[in-house]
Design a protein around this ligand. Structure first.
Ligand code: B12
Length: 229
């Protein structure tokens, strides 16, 4: 296959969650090469990692993110796409780390204190990573101090908080306040099933959505006004 055909095929692999040859789904792609093999082939052909990222992985992830936002794809589809994306990212990681691929900026994300739910957070991470951002994942049960320490290490990063329980969601307010005391202009995104726009306005966060693709679009919209890290 030629380069452009391979890039187009890789994009479909991400969208459809075809991580590698052994991945049995989708049925119409059974026994075909997946994201891992095709990415390896493109690297072997000296295709720039940036082109692989921007020309195949990001558009594939965007398509599935949009379908999810429209209610035409569901959580399992996003998880499969994230897995396929990760297979490719692992191979591209050395180029990201060497600085050969420019990322749009850094996004710090964590599930707030007391909360161990991370499926939604991981989806947001995958879509934002898939949209070209470096993501620093703090994991679950993250305190205000945890977020602030990460911001100290990545001062230009934007921050995302996730919460799934009404009793842990309240920690978002204190975390937002603590971040604002030290970093008044920091952009803070919040989400998670119990979170609402009203709550976002109340605690002074900058952005709320239940749709990861909208969070990626919001971050992309900030690029013109901020410099990437
Ligand atoms: C899976 C699950 C678990 C798993 C978590 C596994 C894991 N690794 O995450 C386990 C079994 C461990 C678990 C434990 C508990 N759970 Co639970 N859990 C669920 C369940 C079934 C699904 C949650 C989920 O993953 N949803 C799917 C994801 C994709 O949705 P999401 O997180 O909302 O994320 C989306 C958006 O919100 C958004 N988003 C998320 N984060 C962010 C962040 C940003 C910045 C942005 C922009 C967007 C965004 O993007 C995502 C994609 O669309 C829900 C019930 C349900 N049906 O929702 C209960 C639920 C959340 N759990 C609940 C409870 C009570 C608990 C426990 C306390 C139970 C117990 N008694 O031990 C413990 C809590 C432990 C702890 N300290 O956290 C309650 C919460 C009730 C409440 N009042 O708030 C629920 C609602 C069940 C219920 N009906 O009672 N749970």
């Amino acid at each position: 296959m030629q380069k452009n055909e391979l890039l187009a095929h890789l994009s479909v692999c991400v969208e459809k969650g075809k991580a590698d040859k052994a991945t049995p789904t989708p049925p119409e792609m059974k026994d075909q090469e997946g994201a891992r093999e095709i990415t390896a082939q493109l690297i072997e052909m000296d295709v720039a990692p940036e082109e692989i990222l921007n020309g195949a992985l990001i558009p594939g992830m965007k398509r599935i993110g949009d379908l999810y936002g429209e209610g035409k794809a569901f959580v399992p589809h996003l998880l499969l796409a994230a897995r396929a994306m990760n297979e490719a990212i692992v191979l591209l990681k050395p180029y990201f780390e060497s600085g050969a691929v420019e990322r749009k900026g850094t996004f710090i994300i964590g599930t707030v204190q007391g909360d161990l739910h991370d499926i939604g957070k991981n989806l947001v991470k995958a879509i934002i990573e898939g949209s070209g951002w470096e993501v620093v994942d703090l994991g679950t049960d993250v305190s205000a101090e945890g977020f602030i320490k990460a911001i100290e290490e990545h001062p230009k990063a934007h921050v995302g908080l996730s919460a799934l329980i009404t009793t842990t969601m309240v920690h978002m307010e204190q975390i937002v306040q603590s971040i604002r005391e030290k970093y008044p202009d920091k952009k803070i995104l919040i989400g998670g099933a119990p979170v609402t726009q009203e709550y976002c306005d109340k605690i002074g966060a900058d952005f709320f959505s239940l749709r990861p693709q909208e969070a990626a679009e919001y971050l992309n919209s900030l690029i013109s006004s901020t410099h990437p890290t």
